[in-house]
Design a binder for this molecule. Structure first.
Ligand SMILES: NC(=O)c1ccc[n+]([C@@H]2O[C@H](COP(=O)([O-])OP(=O)(O)OC[C@H]3O[C@@H](n4cnc5c(N)ncnc54)[C@H](OP(=O)(O)O)[C@@H]3O)[C@@H](O)[C@H]2O)c1
Length: 276
């Protein structure tokens, strides 16, 4: 069954840039009523103006539980209901695992994993109050990553948060389906957004090398795939379909994949091995 985007109330965390912003543009153009959340309120307000000014902007740091709860309350008070929660806010850090400080490790889990759970916990009771529409009372969509299926070197902490999001989504999908709530995880490959700059800023002097022949996608392409899965919920969204099969097969041959990654993933990091 198909859910109607026109009039749907959708909360998007991390709407101030990249994939979240592209999704907001896509859904707004199709009549959805949006709650735009991120830390940079000025960016959210500028986006809202560009989209006609009918959405709600809520300054939110998802690494603070009380702000996640405040976001959900603000959305329900303003629009009277919540149809879809998109947990998209997140960041990466370019660091070898053994050199990631305890604080960096805690911070990235706090934002990417606990921020997701804190929003979900607050939003689900509101969805359960709704009568089903298009077959569902509501939907939780979690923007994980292709790296949820296979951790990548120098992004170990980040990969771990994305794997944790996938595990949570898989469990919730089964828990919430009988209660009428769809759960969808999203698994983009490298996407052209501000993500790389943010990861490098946190890298302590590191830079991500370009992988020869690497396929990248636009935020618009990811957003289109997400919008389709908001209309017709599916368990997983892989905007670049071949990555789904390649990574599933990769789990069967870890030694081979280690070798390929050692050759192809290059970073300029003070502690990365130098190659001739
Ligand atoms: N780009 C990729 O290659 C790629 C690939 C796979 C998955 N993803 C995932 O896609 C999602 C979006 O990333 P992107 O590529 O669009 O990156 P981006 O352009 O850097 O956007 C990240 C968004 O998350 C928000 N954010 C970060 N920390 C936050 C916090 N503590 N509280 C609230 N908002 C926060 C940022 O807003 P503020 O700074 O204004 O708070 C921004 O709106 C992330 O979960 C990322 O892991 C990205």
């Amino acid at each position: 069954m198909r859910r109607t985007l026109d009039g749907m109330v959708v909360i998007i965390t991390g709407a101030s840039a990249g994939i979240g912003r592209a999704l907001a543009e896509n859904l707004s153009g199709r009549g959805a009523r949006l709650v735009l959340a991120a830390r940079r309120l000025d960016r959210l307000e500028e986006l809202n103006r560009a989209l006609g000014g009918r959405h709600l902007c809520v300054r939110t740091d998802v690494s603070r539980r009380e702000e996640c709860e405040g976001l959900i309350i603000a959305a329900a008070d303003h629009f009277g209901r919540i149809d879809t929660l998109v947990c998209n806010a997140g960041y990466g850090i370019l660091r070898p695992v053994a050199e990631t400080t305890p604080q960096q490790m805690q911070d990235i889990f706090q934002a990417n994993v606990f921020g997701t759970v804190d929003c979900v916990r607050a939003a689900v009771p509101h969805m359960l109050k709704r009568e089903p529409a298009g077959g569902w009372r509501g939907q939780v969509m979690i923007v994980s990553s292709a790296v949820a299926r296979r951790g990548i070197p120098y992004f170990g902490a980040y990969s771990a948060t994305k794997a944790a999001q996938l595990a949570l989504a898989e469990a919730m999908r089964v828990e919430l389906r009988p209660r009428g709530i769809a759960v969808t995880s999203v698994h983009p490959i490298g996407t052209d957004t501000e993500f790389g700059e943010a990861a490098e800023r946190r890298a302590g002097g590191g830079r991500i090398g370009r992988v020869p022949g690497e396929v990248r996608q636009s935020a618009g392409r990811v957003a289109r795939a997400m919008a389709r899965a908001i209309e017709r919920p599916v368990p997983e969204v892989w905007p670049f379909a071949p990555s789904r099969w390649a990574l599933s097969l990769a789990t069967l041959v870890p030694r081979l994949v280690d070798r390929v990654m050692a050759k192809r993933v290059t970073v300029e990091h003070p502690t990365a091995p130098r190659r001739a």
